[in-house]
Design a protein around this ligand. Structure first.
Ligand code: AMP
Ligand code: ZN
Length: 309
């Protein structure tokens, strides 16, 4: 197998593009593809300072590396979620990446902020992924707004977007479908723009990118995600992709171009302001404030019970 560009020995085959590349050609090519997505979708400009949400996983570290290589101004944001050893390791890798390149990184511990994911799941019946998602979304906006960043970039990739689209379609989640875009403009003064520059990049490509660029990332899946529905949807999409390469890309791309524009009005419903924390919310209290309150109540109840026993 030869590289489509230079004719040297190819090291990666991209079946969805019916092409193969050596590492010397693949790395700048992926960077160029990401730049094209950023420009085409008007995600941000070279003048804007981007807050890059880095988990310590391959996608967000690849994204950060690509943005630096493309000349964008960035600061990393890592949330230490408080999911046992998994979080400690993720934090170490995010910090090591930033230190090795002398990049600014905000490292925020959710436990120090008042509620870690482990406590949220220990004291409530909510699925861990839902509590985790609520907390992440809250802090992405809050930290970006408080520190003056106009935009937050996440490492969501094509596999994430295709699996999410499948889940949303299976349940006709019209609200979620309307908001499934690579660029989400703020609809409240305490929201920032959210962008997904890797929405056309597969998990396989970001892993290969990290490998070729010698970026060390966490290999383990989050322990809470075992059995999560999104993983099942990813498996299904992988089967379809294997049978017919390019399925994921056309599924997401055609949705964005043909179906999603018809859902415009639903996406524009502006949120209210949370009574608890002032952040945007579709109910009187935002989901993070409701989660914090639930944990506080249950914690107090357990403490009372323990005392009376
Ligand atoms: P996930 O929700 O784990 O699939 O992650 C999707 C994206 O959210 C990642 O690519 C990151 O950009 C961001 N993200 C996830 N976990 C964290 C974290 N602990 N700190 C900062 N960003 C995160
Ligand atoms: Zn709130």
């Amino acid at each position: 197998m030869k590289c489509n560009r230079c004719g040297e020995r190819a090291e990666i085959k991209l079946r969805q593009h019916n092409a193969a590349f050596c590492r010397t050609c693949f790395v700048p090519l992926l960077q160029k593809h990401v730049r094209r997505s950023i420009r085409k979708q008007k995600m941000f400009s070279l003048d804007e300072h981007i807050l890059v949400a880095v988990s310590g996983g391959k996608d967000s570290l690849a994204l950060w590396d690509i943005l630096i290589e493309l000349g964008y101004q960035t600061t990393g944001l890592h949330l230490s979620l408080g999911i046992g050893d998994y979080s400690d390791q993720s934090t170490e890798l995010a910090v090591a990446f930033a230190e090795a390149r002398n990049l600014p990184l905000l490292n925020i511990s959710l436990r120090e902020e008042g509620l870690a994911v482990d406590d949220a799941t220990a004291f409530t019946n909510r699925p861990a992924c839902s509590a985790c998602g609520t907390l992440k979304r809250h802090y992405f906006d809050k930290l970006a707004i408080d520190r003056g960043f106009p935009v937050v970039a996440t490492g969501h990739n094509l596999d994430d977007e295709a699996a999410r689209l499948l889940g949303n379609v299976l349940h006709w989640q019209m609200d979620y479908l309307a908001r499934q875009k690579p660029v989400l403009e703020p609809t409240h003064e305490r929201f920032v723009r959210k962008v997904k520059p890797l929405y056309r990049t597969t998990e396989f490509e970001s892993a290969a990118y990290c490998f070729f660029r010698k970026i060390d990332y966490i290999l383990d899946e989050c322990p809470n995600s075992a059995g999560a529905t999104q993983l099942k949807h990813k498996e299904v999409m992988n089967q379809l992709e294997a049978a017919s390469p390019g399925t994921k890309l056309s599924f997401v791309q055609d949705f964005l171009e043909r179906a999603r524009p018809m859902m415009q009005s639903e996406a524009n419903r502006p949120p209210l302001t949370c009574e608890g924390c002032g952040m945007p919310s579709f109910t009187e209290r935002c989901s993070r404030c409701r989660l914090v309150r639930e944990v506080q109540t249950k914690r107090a109840r357990y403490a009372d019970r323990a005392r009376s026993e």
